[in-house]
Ligand binder design. Structure first.
Ligand SMILES: *Cc1c(COP(=O)(O)O)cnc(C)c1O
Length: 240
């Protein structure tokens, strides 16, 4: 039997992963950073468990899902031992109860109202939920996240909530733009991250800077991202 390896989706995922790893490593070296300081997240929305498991079996240690329902339906079929699980999509307050306790981090918090709900639910479950605050760095009307200047007062308020710990920032920057423009946006995000870190707000740590997706993760590494959220470059185009 002839082996049609290009049609083997799991092999394709492993090859894509190897190429992504090379790119991350070279961008890390180019910017004097350590590969170990950058986490690769596999973004698994719309992807079937077989291909997600190919990535996990090949060494990916972090996954991100956008939708609560989709994650809950898939998770029991995934090889999740030792894997960090994140919610990265917009979270409605009425879904908070279902997701707290099921993931290790919620990356898409952008209002005190949502943070309060998560905090309440976490306390009810006897845990403290790590979260990232989502920033709309490109100030796009269509995107969730807070404007940069609104961030410090919001984090001061979030620091008072006993059931959450803010661990850093997340952003989905504008999709269009040249490499230089993308780097400028990531750099603005990095400076915001450092400014907040320097404020030393109680209960707020700036450990994670989650930015960079399939089309721009090299630029994100060059500008200081600590977590890359990569979907289509790893799994191929999504079919909705
Ligand atoms: C889908 C998604 C990604 C990954 O996008 P790709 O361009 O496929 O890498 C990253 N972050 C968020 C919030 C997403 O919704």
């Amino acid at each position: 039997m002839t082996e049609k390896w290009s049609e083997d989706p799991c092999r394709q995922v492993r090859e894509n992963l190897a190429r992504i790893e090379e790119n991350i490593l070279s961008a890390a070296i180019a910017s004097g950073r350590k590969r170990a300081d950058i986490t690769l997240m596999a973004v698994t929305k719309t992807i079937d468990p077989q291909r997600i498991n190919a990535a996990l079996d090949a060494g990916v240690r972090c996954i991100g899902e956008n939708r609560v329902q989709e994650y809950l339906e898939k998770k029991d079929r995934l090889h999740l031992e030792g894997v960090s699980k994140h919610l990265i999509g917009h979270l409605q307050t009425n879904k908070v109860r279902q997701i707290v306790g099921q993931v290790d981090m919620i990356q898409s918090v952008d209002s005190i109202r949502l943070a309060e709900k998560i905090s309440q639910q976490a306390l009810a479950c006897g845990l403290v939920m790590p979260v990232l605050w989502e920033v709309n760095i490109g100030r796009e009307a269509s995107k969730s996240g807070v404007d940069p200047e609104a961030l410090p007062p919001m984090l001061e308020a979030a620091a008072q909530l006993p059931g959450i710990r803010v661990k850093g920032l997340m952003t989905v920057p504008p999709a269009a733009g040249t490499d230089t423009e993308k780097r400028k946006v990531f750099s603005a995000m990095y400076h915001l991250f450092i400014d907040i870190k320097d404020k030393n707000i109680d209960n707020i740590s700036m450990d994670v800077l989650s930015m960079g997706m399939s089309g721009d993760y090299r630029q994100a590494v060059l500008e200081g991202a600590t977590m890359l959220r990569i979907g289509s470059a790893l799994f191929g185009p999504r079919v909705y």
